[in-house]
Design a protein. Structure first.
Length: 186
């Protein structure tokens, strides 16, 4: 019912799904779940994978729009860089769901995610209970992902008081480009 009116009689509704990568299991799992749901609803789901390249993702979104998608589900590689895609979609009358990662610098129709600050708080609570003293290396996520900023904000609500108290010393604090384990290991 929520999709009614988005396709002409006899046509399947076309939805676009633009994901940043398939290198992590969570994105693979999300894609499979969306494919299964689209099949149940008889929705034509068009999928594009950006391989952690915002320029490629913007091009892929343009291709999805040219294919006539009516709704775009966008998990941006770069929250700011994806604003161009959202603006183009809106020019074409396409609704945009910012999925998991918020697109910054434009208005999306729906933002679907977790309470990422709370997720970070839970992480910070967990680590400071187990390691309340000592040297910490803080490795936040991708600098292009607004979620990483919110996770860190939440984490620091537990860590910062122990830094201020002198119980924790931060010996390194850096982001991890593209959330890649190899980049973290470097």
């Amino acid at each position: 019912p929520a999709l009614a009116g988005l396709a002409n009689a006899g046509e399947r509704i076309k939805l676009g799904l633009a994901l940043p990568t398939q290198q992590e299991e969570r994105w693979v799992r999300d894609m499979h779940a969306m494919q299964a749901e689209a099949q149940k609803l008889n929705v034509d789901l068009r999928i594009a994978i950006a391989r952690n390249d915002q320029g490629q993702q913007n091009n892929q979104v343009e291709q999805l729009l040219s294919q006539g998608v009516k709704i775009l589900i966008l998990a941006p590689h770069d929250g700011e860089g994806a604003a161009t895609s959202v603006n183009k979609a809106h020019e074409d009358g396409v609704k945009v769901i910012s999925y998991d990662r918020l697109v910054i610098g434009t208005d999306v129709d729906v933002y679907l995610s977790f309470d990422n600050v709370r997720v970070g708080e839970m992480m910070g609570e967990w680590i400071t209970k187990r390691v309340p003293r000592g040297d910490y290396i803080i490795m936040s996520g991708a600098p292009t992902d607004n979620n990483a900023k919110m996770f860190k904000q939440g984490q620091m609500s537990s860590i910062q008081p122990l830094i201020d108290k002198g119980d924790i010393r931060v010996v390194m604090d850096q982001p991890v480009v593209d959330w890649q384990p190899a980049n973290a290991q470097k």
